[in-house]
Design a protein around this ligand. Structure first.
Ligand SMILES: [Zn+2]
Length: 482
């Protein structure tokens, strides 16, 4: 059964600073309703839009990253419809059939499928820049039971990227992986923060062999992409298997119930009365802008960053684990530059420190939760120079650093190995009988000696494996000198 999936991914350019056509903030989270507004984004009569140059530059980064064709100039169009959250009664977008020119067309994403560790490709049809409408808020019970609706215009006019793919995707898992990869790319380019509430929405077109195309709207998380598409494949397969035909329609993803439902009759394209926005002249995209974008994209290409870590001999799952969390990659690169062993540093950051943060329910994406590179360098040195075993660093030091990432490593070191050596030497001197037993082949005498060392070390944190290793070394030297 052949499945074809194409996606429309709407991502807010939350890092653009201001809204697309006014100075209000692009990130409205945490603000009181209707406080992030002005005459432009409220659509008051006489207010004129002025394009936020930053959002054009950011969109251009996406266009370059996905190897699209970039036009000499772009043209915004109006899409008309009436809804309380759309104060102008039109949304500014880039509709090609009405004279709009999108920021780019015809590129592709080469993305890593981490389920098979294979690289896949999905073509990009085009990328549009458009504005987000406001938000309609209902009382408990939703649109059906709420006695009234509240409208919040804080989001009205926030710049959106609309990434439209060709139907090159063949499974729900692939669709999810692709969206995750695109979001990660946009995050690295400083375009968006994918973890902000409501920062992206996905519409999916899906058809299975022998049926018409169905559009599923309103998917709000990467996990839901997989769920919604799995549900839709099952629904459509049942229709085909029962001998009926899948009709072309638009459906709505109900995340709470985990089902797709038919949506109200959809307007025809003509009903939107599209035309180029007369308030917004075409915007030139200079070669200079494109060159600058290319330079930035090169420095943040996650494919290159990932492959550079592989070249250091790091296994692919650890390398990918580091790349997917930007603060950990930043610390990793700096730690390796300081001269740290790349594999040990990767293990610390990509597995054990990350695991420790997760266990503590700490934000992995918060820079302040990661230690400075000097600290990681020090941890790597302790392991490489065999001052402590990796397990000691993992079990005793990493939790303390996660607790306070700025802590001075020297202040939390377990009992220094040199001191332990002294203790071991004196135990060997004093426990003559046990030493003799051990050397004559009674291996269990070693445990007694370890116990004696631990007793003298007292409450100070020492890894028993370190003691065992050091004792064995010393005893075997003793034996060879006899
Ligand atoms: Zn505004």
């Amino acid at each position: 059964m052949k499945v074809m999936i194409g996606l429309e991914i709407h991502v807010q350019m939350s890092e653009a600073g201001s809204k697309l056509f006014c100075d209000c903030k692009a990130n409205y989270r945490g603000m009181k309703p209707n406080t992030n507004v002005c005459p432009v984004c409220l659509g008051l009569p006489g207010a004129l839009p002025v394009v936020n140059k930053r959002s054009i530059e950011l969109a251009l980064l996406a266009a370059v990253a996905f190897k699209c064709n970039i036009p000499r100039y772009i043209v915004f169009t109006r899409k008309h419809y009436f809804y309380p959250d759309l104060p102008k009664n039109y949304q500014i977008s880039m509709y090609e059939k009405a004279g709009g020119i999108p920021i780019c067309r015809g590129g592709y994403v080469k993305y890593l499928d981490v389920n098979s560790w294979e690289w896949r490709e999905c073509r990009i049809r085009r990328i549009n820049i458009e504005e987000d409408p406001g938000r309609t808020v209902y009382e408990e019970g939703g649109i059906v039971r709420s006695p009234y609706a509240l409208v919040d215009y804080n989001r009205s006019g926030v710049p959106l990227l609309e990434v439209i793919t060709e139907p090159d995707i063949n499974s729900p898992r692939e669709a999810r992986t692709l969206v995750e990869y695109i979001l990660l790319t946009l995050e690295y380019l400083g375009i968006t923060n994918p973890r902000l509430e409501g920062v992206f929405r996905v519409d999916a077109n899906i058809s299975i062999e022998g049926g018409e195309r169905v559009e599923v709207k309103n998917i709000g998380s990467t996990m839901d992409i997989e769920k919604a598409l799995n549900y839709e494949i099952m629904r459509q397969a049942m229709i085909i298997n029962s001998g009926s035909k899948v009709e072309r329609e638009t459906r709505h993803w109900d995340a709470e119930k985990g089902v797709t439902r038919p949506l109200r009759h959809k307007e025809y394209e003509e009903e939107y009365l599209y035309f180029p926005d007369p308030d917004l002249p075409p915007i030139l995209i200079s070669e200079d802008m494109v060159t600058k974008a290319k330079e930035i994209v090169l420095g943040f290409d996650i494919t290159i960053l990932y492959e550079n870590i592989l070249k250091l001999g790091v296994p692919r799952d650890i390398a990918w684990s580091i790349v997917t969390i930007k603060p950990s990659l930043d610390v990793y690169i700096k730690t390796v530059k300081l001269g740290a062993d790349p594999l040990v540093a990767a293990k610390i950051l990509g597995i054990d420190y990350k695991g420790e943060l997760k266990e503590r329910n700490m934000d992995l994406y918060e820079y302040n939760n990661w230690p400075p590179p000097e600290t990681v360098y020090e941890l790597v040195r302790l392991v490489v120079d065999k001052i402590y075993t990796y397990d000691t660093v993992k079990g005793l030091l990493i939790p303390k650093i996660a607790e306070n990432p700025k802590v001075d490593v020297r202040s939390i070191l377990p009992e220094k190995a040199e001191n332990i050596e002294d203790i071991i030497d004196s135990v060997i001197r004093e426990e003559e009988k046990a030493v003799k037993d051990y050397l004559s082949g009674k291996k269990q005498a070693l445990n007694y000696l370890i116990g004696m060392v631990i007793r003298r070390v007292g409450k100070r944190a020492v890894d028993p494996r370190v003691i065992r290793e050091a004792l064995e070394n010393k005893l075997s030297k003793l034996k060879s000198s006899m």
